[in-house]
Design a binder for this molecule. Structure first.
Ligand SMILES: [Zn+2]
Ligand SMILES: [Zn+2]
Length: 141
C-alpha cells in the first residue's frame, strides 16, 4: 500500500509566519487535495459543501494572504483569479476563453525551460514557471 505523505500544514503555516487559523488551514488543505487551481468563489463553495461555511470575503483574504507568503500563487486569466498551492512546482496553461488553469509537471519541460533560458539569455532558477495561453479542449470545439 502506498501512502502519500501529507505535509504538516499547521507547521507549514507557522513556518511562513502565519497563525494557523481554520480558514487558512482549510483553504490550503483544499487547494492541496484538489490538485487544481480554484477561484475564491469555488474554494468558498467547496468549503461550504464540506461543512465549513466560511464567507467569501474571508476566503478571498485568506487566499491573498497565502499568495503573499508564497504558500499559494494566483493565476490571472479571463474571469476570476485562480489560486493553486506552490508546494509542487509546475508550469501553467490558461484557457483564454473560460479561464481554466492546467498544470504541467516541471520534469517534462526541463529541456524547454533550458532552451528558453538560452534563447533569452536568462538564468532560470528552480522556481521558473511557464504560463501558456490557448484554448482548452472544451472551448476549442
Ligand atoms: Zn499553479
Ligand atoms: Zn476553456
Amino acid at each position: 500500500m502506498t501512502t502519500i505523505a501529507t505535509p504538516d500544514l499547521p507547521a507549514l503555516l507557522r513556518h511562513h509566519g502565519l497563525r494557523c487559523t481554520p480558514s487558512r488551514l482549510s483553504a490550503l488543505k483544499l487547494l492541496s487535495v484538489s490538485g487544481s487551481h480554484l477561484s475564491s468563489a469555488e474554494v468558498s463553495a467547496e468549503l461550504k459543501r464540506l461543512g465549513l461555511p466560511i464567507d467569501q470575503t474571508t476566503v478571498y483574504r485568506t487566499l491573498e494572504t497565502l499568495t503573499e507568503t508564497g504558500l499559494a500563487h494566483a493565476i490571472h486569466g479571463p474571469g476570476p483569479k485562480r489560486y493553486g498551492v506552490s508546494s509542487e512546482p509546475h508550469h501553467h496553461t490558461v484557457c483564454e476563453t473560460c479561464g481554466q488553469v492546467g498544470e504541467l509537471p516541471v520534469e517534462q519541460l526541463r529541456e524547454a525551460v533550458a532552451r528558453i533560458a538560452e534563447l533569452a539569455g536568462l538564468h532560470a532558477d528552480a522556481s521558473a514557471s511557464l504560463l501558456i495561453y490557448g484554448r482548452c479542449t472544451r472551448c476549442s470545439t
